[in-house]
Design a protein around this ligand. Sequence first.
Ligand code: KDG
Length: 316
Amino acid sequence: MPDSQLDVITIGETMVAFVSRDGSTQYQAVAAGAESNVAIGLARLGLSTRWVSRLGDDRLGSFIESTVTGAGVDAAVVRDAEAPTGVMVKHVSPTGSTGRYYRRGSAASRLSAADLDRAGSARWMHVTGITPALSPTAAALVEAVLDRTTGHAGGVSFDVNYRPALWSGPDAAAAVLRPLARQADVVFVGDDEAEALFGTTDFGELAGILLDDPQRQLVLKHGAAGAEVMSAGSLARVPGLSVDAVDETGAGDAFAAGYLAANLAAWDPEDRLRLGHVMGSRVVQVIEDVPPPFADEERAGLSPGSLAEWWNGSER
Ligand code: KDG
């Protein structure tokens, strides 16, 4: 895809997740990766996206590559014959999900700043706090994206995405993730992550911790209860949509995709949050980690005016 058409580049690891529900011994394979989830969510909304990563030269790598490209995302991946595709196993039940990673030494843990050579350029780049935990070279890649040594002139977003299993403890994670967040134009953090890493969910305090410049945007997510954004010193809040959730996985990534699409379209803060919620509410109703595609007329109906009406009116 010629870069002149690209809206967003995301970079990070995608694993194959083997998911079982309600104690079943049947496992369904899904592509699981926060950054490819965001790229797919953006593609569902009609944006042109590229996902940059490394995969093993194995069947699982082929499954991921075809899943991501099949969703309309350009995959700039290296297939590594020396290291495998990462795997996770997840058990979903009405009381929540448990999971385990099998990703140490994976192909994506070999991501490095050199992978940016094939990233190309776009209006926006999106990275997360998962990648710096994979290896020192992967951490250097995220640093390079955020400190713009790549020469990238557009915006950059950073989803804190704290994954306790990848860190020795919250203090070690906070020491790495905080300075990265402070270089981003848009920072996403969940209230549970904020509490675990920084000991507060107070928005003012978090803005002081995570925003280097008050013109940047801090998005604080409260799960199904809603989300708020602080930008240029003003605060917007929008409650979530109530739906029957079967699996919360991917909700944050879908929300980020909706928010970023609306941000790139220069929608106002409430409408950015609303599109985030629409995307988040779609993904929690399916077992896959990405929201189902929209019908054309459904997508065409996603305008700021119609979303505001939806929130304020009887359709909600
Ligand atoms: O973002 C939802 C999952 O796909 C995610 O939890 C898997 O990227 C993942 C990770 O590293 O935990």
